[in-house]
Ligand binder design. Structure first.
Ligand code: NDP
Length: 257
């Protein structure tokens, strides 16, 4: 299926590893130019070079901490200078937390609010004008299953990801008139290098292998009994970015409009 994405331009935060990197590859494979944003600029640039070489697209690695307003502003300025407009924004940078509500201070809440919510607000505010110039676009926000089904050890993660879901709904309502589609994806367990690292740390000296630990986590938490791969999730992102994920003129929709 041709996803009709060739020649589009995408910005992917947290695009240097895990889900974001798989999404960057999936889009680049469809002929999309990509800018990947992460704090470790050397890794982002390395992965961008690899994407450019593998898929023959333009790829940019940008060093930025997306929880900081100034870094977001600088990233968007670089994107604006490098690309003639933007069609796709994937707000994906994020990380888990571990705390008790009664013990966590305001600074911790503020950091995760800035990382999971304000980064999406700021990137959207800066890049939507570039989408409007191109008469449309797609914004996908990576929240988490934890936005609906909290994990006990990470209340701040759960709360800020739930806020991101609500932000997405509000933004979708505001931008629908501009032909900009906004959606949230709430992944369950996705096997990224970070999960493998954690499994290695938690099983060291226990007699259990990292693979056994991951298998137990999957069996306990996912009815399917396994982790998803970043790649299988990435195909879904690519489809949602495609005009094929939206009704066209003359095609009927579920309610006949
Ligand atoms: P990884 O830890 O594998 O990758 C995170 C990415 O985000 C990296 O590119 C990292 O690069 C970047 N990043 C983290 N913090 C910042 C920051 N402050 N500023 C800029 N970039 C940042 O994560 P996953 O691929 O597992 O997760 C991606 C998203 O999916 C996250 O939002 C996560 O919450 C969500 N998710 C993941 C699930 C899973 O099972 N893996 C399940 C549900 C949701 P760098 O460190 O260089 O900044």
């Amino acid at each position: 299926m041709d996803l009709e994405l060739r020649g589009k331009r995408a910005v992917i935060t947290g695009g240097s590893v895990g889900i974001g990197l798989a999404v960057a590859h999936a889009l680049a494979a469809e002929g999309v130019d990509v800018a990947i944003v992460a704090r470790d600029g050397a890794r982002a640039e390395r992965e961008a070079s690899e994407i450019a070489a593998s898929h023959r697209v333009k790829a940019l690695g940008i060093a930025a901490d997306v929880s900081k307003a100034g870094d977001v502003e600088r990233s968007c300025a670089r994107v604006a200078a490098a690309f003639d407009g933007v069609d796709i924004l994937i707000n994906n940078a994020g990380t888990g937390s571990s705390e008790k509500i009664m013990e966590a201070g305001d600074d911790r809440w503020q950091y995760y609010w800035d990382l999971h919510v304000m980064a999406a607000v700021r990137f959207s505010r800066a890049l939507v004008p570039l989408m409007r110039k191109r008469r449309g676009g797609v914004i996908l926000n990576t929240a988490s299953i934890c936005a609906k089904q909290p994990l006990g050890y990470e209340p701040i993660y759960n709360t800020t990801k739930a806020a991101l879901v609500m932000f997405s709904k509000c933004l979708a309502n505001e931008l629908v008139k501009d032909g900009i589609r906004v959606n949230t994806i709430n992944p369950g367990l996705v096997l990224t290098p970070d999960w493998r690292k954690t499994a290695g740390i938690l099983t060291a000296g226990t007699g259990k292998t990292p693979e056994q630990y991951l298998d137990d986590v999957a069996k306990e938490n996912a009815p399917i009994g396994r982790f998803a791969t970043p790649e299988e999730l990435a195909h879904f992102y690519a489809f949602l970015c495609s005009p094929r994920a939206s009704p066209r003129k003359g095609e009927s929709t579920w309610n006949g409009n």
